[in-house]
Design a protein around this ligand. Sequence first.
Ligand code: NDP
Length: 444
Amino acid sequence: MSVEDFMRRVVEKNPGEVEFHQAVRDVVSSVMPIVQSTPRYYEAKILERLVEPERVLIFRVPWEDDGGQIHINRGIRVEMNSAIGPYKGGLRFHPTVYVGLLKFLAFEQVFKNSLTTLPMGGAKGGSDFNPKGKSNREVMRFCQSFMTELFRYIGPDTDVPAGDIGVGVREIGYLFGQYKRLKNEFTGVITGKGLNWGGSLIRPEATGYGAVYFAAEMLATRKESFKGKTVTVSGSGNVAQYTAEKVNELGGKVITLSDSDGTVLDMNGIDSEKLTWLMNLKNIRRGRISEYAEHFDGAEFLEGHRPWEVPCDVAFPSATHNEISAEDARALVKNGCFCVSEGANMPTTPEGVEVFLAAGILYGPGKAANAGGVAVSGLEMSQNALHINWPREEVDRRLREIMASIHTACVRHGKDGDFTNYVKGANIAGFIKVADAMIDQGLV
Ligand code: NDP
């Protein structure tokens, strides 16, 4: 079957779910030659099974705001694939959340989790609830209501959620507290927990640090490092903050951060002192990135702009999906960017990916480059199961090793002469392990 025939069926069966179609096409384009030439894959209809979630749960989430008004949101959990371990993947609270978006994220998660070498299946969940502008008590009431339904379907050996956009340690705390109350069990049912209640050191840092470690591996293939490199980062949330921190540590200069209102450009560099101020602004005061430009001399706020028109050596898209269009990708390449490491999930449109691949730059797709977050979530699960805490250095060492092994797997399956196609490499390496496990377990 051709990719086009396969995609026609996927689109017919999942109408309107454009992000899901995009994510499936990306993987299927890479793995179709292998499926076609491997009877055990096509006879077992592995691809057809992979694009059908094992289960999708949809539930009502009623909650009351501080003024006594009642609100109804929709809760969703997509349990995509459990061939290599319990379902694992984050929860997103954002007004754009719908089933198709979570199916794309859960699908990506299957291959990403496979790449980490840890035993984790793929899932994703969330709600169209918007935590922005809500009081802490409103967020708590929402999280409690959300978990009052979700708790029936998750468990440390069944499905282990974590954070994502709009779900940080505050939300994880409220969700975990309600689960514990309902089940009367203190278990590793969620990752990203606070340090003094079962969390792992380095988990908050893991996605950002991991994306930088992955970029460092890519740079090393060209005998380059972060020393003296100019770096642009989008977003200003969890992933963006720790990406900037690690780039600074490795000798690079971060000159942008952003949010959905615009980009802050600081040619003097967003150093560790400025980053500490920014973390306080975003995580405690829950302010906007424009305030950075008001606070620091020499910084400017580019309202309504993304960072991609700013010349740089390395770029880290770390905000959201489809934030780099073909035009953005062309601007990046034209201005000298030769390495892109995706902290966000699917931040580059398919046309943008084509531009990067045609230009032959080092391009690390999200399912490889941002796998550090879920990898350390996996390490948090191990620590919870063993009832121990590993020191910071130990977790960081394991994270670095995992990112290096993902890089090696991508090169093994994506090398084409002197060029490594990391998209192809990540898709094939992630696919083989899951497909083989599905075959071993029979038709389920
Ligand atoms: P946060 O909620 O901490 O931060 C998200 C950031 O992205 C904010 O600055 C936000 O700005 C911006 N953003 C979100 N949606 C949009 C949008 N539609 N347009 C423009 N900007 C937007 O989330 P994370 O940092 O955790 O996640 C960022 C990305 O990384 C996501 O793609 C996520 O799936 C991915 N990821 C996260 C992992 C993790 O461990 N947290 C693991 C792997 C991937 P604003 O405040 O204006 O909305």
